[in-house]
Design a binder for this molecule. Sequence first.
Ligand code: HEM
Length: 512
Amino acid sequence: MSFLLQILLALIISLLGGLYILGAFRRRRPGEPPLDKGPLPWLGHVLEFRRDTAKFLERMRKKHGDIFTVQLGGFYFTFLTDPLSFGSVVKEARAKLDFNEFAKHLVKRVFGYHPIEDDHKLIQVSSNKHLMGDGLVVLTQAMMNNLQNLMLHRIGSGSTDDRSWQEDGLFTYCYNIVFRAGYLALFGNDAAKTPESLDKAKEVDRKESEELFYEFRKYDQLFPKLAYGVLGPSEKIESERLKRLFWNVLAVDKMNTKENISDWVSESQQTRDERGMDKSMQDRHMFLLLWASQGNTGPASFWLLLFLMKHPEAMAAVKSEVDEVLRETGQEVKSGGPLINLTRDMLLKTPVLDSAVEESLRLTAAPVLTRAVLQDMSLKMDNGREYKIRKGDRVSLFPYMAVHMDPEVHPDPHTFKYDRFLTPEGRKKTEFYKGGKKVKYYTMPWGAGVSMCPGRLFAVNELKQFVFLMLTYFEFELMNPDEEIPDMDVRRWGFGTMQPARDIPFRYRLRF
Ligand code: HEM
């Protein structure tokens, strides 16, 4: 074979190889879902997906129906949009649909953390112990103490402006308080050397958590681009700076100087230490825990309070329930009186507030749940049809579009109805229907199956404690009573609780 022919052959082989990698040869095979490769080689639909995930998926659903495969950045994602069929993904064996494989790449890119073999198992074991059951009682109390420090420290300080109106953005205010109290409850307080220095330690907590929140928000704003790997050069530098700052502030050695560190955080660190993970990687894991625990609850508290403020009938129903719970436990909020305490048990007696929380999350929690396909398999739909899925692909659910906003499951889906999740007898409603069939996964703010949020019970308690304190200790109002509910920041679809596209001015002051 002549030399020229060899070069030509090599070129043809590399060209075909390149085209193969770019996905040019992929065709829909019999039995597979409709395939939509998108306008760009390899990238597929990723630009449109990233611009507005909900809009893109709605377009695909209209075009292809309840199941379709799209190309996104070199991977083929099959989206299933029929909520009655969700079980076939959520309950599929891990040997076929795996959460870890997908999550591993994300946490490396976003937190610089390299998970160990049984990382996911460790999170689940320690979360079951410390974010639920007896662990939840302790954590809820810690949250209460820290909320009191942040929200009520001015009470009885004797200062003349104790009761003056404070103005802020509602989103900034809610996120700030809930982030800082949640962070302190989980990662511990400044250690008071003597009983006399307790006030000083509380002040340090207030100041340091404020500084941390400020930096956290910067990272938070870069997060969508960071997750997609599309940061600009200056954003890359900034994100590296912030990562290092968090690894440093949350460093295990520094954390050990604190007190009241939650068992969830300390056990996570110990188990990784015992498995030989080096200290710098443990610091990165702390950052991951901070993100997982604080990235969603603050924004969720904003939506909840805003919906209540915009719906006076909902606010009145919640307020009357709050008053009732306080009365039952013999507590009264009064000038000069002791601060009220809210235990986990008290928070179990609030069906109206529970329903308002669930409704608020239905409207604003929008994760994309993704699994890696580890072997060729088939997905069975509720209507009996089966679809072949290829090894190496991804399978995803976007419950916000598929079920939260389905008018058949939730009539008038864009409207906040605080009692949507209440039965006529005032108990938790769990029966929702589509096409006459009961929908098991009627809302999924916490995901489902192996990766379901292990912090959900704590998160709901945090939201309820925050609202409780706002309603009992503060007067607050929107600066513009006719303020519209703001649009969502559409760049954040898929990452958990949505954030508003703009903040809303409001004012608040202590009642006493
Ligand atoms: C409103 C607040 C919250 C929302 C909406 C939320 C939502 C979610 C969702 C959707 C997932 C699953 C992600 C996936 O499948 O890819 C998740 C995972 C997780 N969440 Fe939450 N979360 C919240 C608060 C919390 C809190 C307060 C904690 C801890 C104290 C927490 C800890 C975690 C952890 C550790 C995971 C990873 C679980 C795993 O790897 O299996 N979350 N969360």
